[in-house]
Design a binder for this molecule. Structure first.
Ligand SMILES: Nc1nc2c(ncn2[C@@H]2O[C@H](COP(=O)(O)OP(=O)(O)OP(=O)(O)O)[C@@H](O)[C@H]2O)c(=O)[nH]1
Ligand SMILES: [Mg+2]
Ligand SMILES: [Zn+2]
Length: 298
């Protein structure tokens, strides 16, 4: 007899699966199922126990590791929440990169500003720690300012995320695991201890799927310094910048790079204040990386 089970987490050549009866079982993976990740659904032979097949995926989120190898983080994702915090500061390009990745999954995107207790201290002292998200306002993404520590904003966030699977992504130490812990008090997640520098140490090492009460799921993901989804082609880049692409159609030259060409509608949009200049700068940098990568593969 075989059972369809959700993959909760992957540990090297083993996975934890959630069986239909609600129990969790550790199952070893044979080589041909090397690409199984958290969020996948697999058919498990109840006696083995062994994975017999992997169900087709709706989508998967992938990034490049330090050696430029693609690494799949999770599968079957409905919403991706980019988590940032006043500390550590938002790495440049991170949100733009994620948005490209998310549009291409495809999945819904949103931004979570955690540690809002730092931006609005209880003693009422003024603070300039609120991250600047003005470059994204025109995209009309859902944005929630929350605190895993005080619970501020969590219920609105939970409502927006209800039903479907939600992955939390972002740099290490912004509180992704802390948020899931606050949303699921019955689970036991590993949270970074506050180090002497005041910043969390890297703790989450593998993606993990948590079932939410009343359906839906939360997926915790490991944060790394330059965590960024794979951008495989210029087409994906275009897809990931709908705000810019919309104007690019009106540029005089079809292959306009939006630098100094005459009749550039994208720079026109920036001049008119319709498109934030930060988005154009990100576009250029990501395009350069893409071109450089292509040359490297040569
Ligand atoms: N002040 C404050 N600190 C928080 C909040 N949420 C998390 N932290 C702290 O931030 C540190 C990092 O939290 P984690 O939840 O481990 O962060 P993470 O994003 O999961 O980090 P990685 O697993 O390394 O990617 C811990 O010391 C938490 O206690 C918050 O809302 N306010
Ligand atoms: Mg974590
Ligand atoms: Zn142009």
């Amino acid at each position: 007899m075989s059972l369809l089970c959700r993959v909760l987490a992957r540990y090297g050549s083993e996975i934890d699966v959630l069986r239909p009866d609600g129990s969790v079982q550790r199952v070893s993976l044979r080589r041909r199922f090397d690409d199984v990740v958290c969020g996948d659904v697999v058919s498990v032979d109840a006696l083995g126990p062994a994975v017999q097949s992997r169900e087709p995926r709706r989508n998967h989120l992938r990034r490049r590791d330090g050696f430029n190898r693609p690494k799949t983080i999770a599968a079957n994702i409905d919403r991706v929440w980019i988590v940032v915090a006043p500390r550590p500061a938002i790495p440049r390009l991170l949100i733009d990169r994620f948005l490209v990745g998310i549009r291409n999954l495809p999945a819904e995107a949103g931004i979570i500003v955690n540690k809002s207790d730092l931006a609005h201290p209880a003693d009422g002292t003024a603070s300039n720690l609120d991250p600047d998200l003005s470059a994204y306002a025109h995209l009309c993404l859902p944005v929630f300012r929350v605190s895993a520590h005080t619970g501020l904003g969590l219920e609105s966030f939970r409502t927006a995320a209800s039903g479907g699977s939600n992955i939390l992504v972002g740099p290490s130490g912004v509180g992704k695991s802390s948020l899931i812990q606050a949303l699921l008090p019955d689970e036991r997640l590993r949270i970074a201890e506050v180090g002497q520098s005041g910043e969390g140490r890297h703790t989450t090492t593998t993606g993990r799927w948590y079932e939410a009460q009343g359906g839906g799921a939360w997926i915790d993901s490991p944060g790394v310094r330059d965590f960024s989804p794979e951008i495989a082609s210029v087409e994906q880049l275009v897809q990931g910048f709908p705000d810019l692409s919309e104007h690019a159609a009106a540029c005089r030259f079809r292959d306009c790079t939006h630098r100094s060409e005459p009749g550039c509608a994208v720079r026109g949009a920036v001049d008119q204040g319709v498109l934030p200049v930060a988005r154009l700068e990100s576009w250029r940098e990501l395009l350069e990386t893409l071109v450089a990568d292509g040359r490297d593969r040569g």
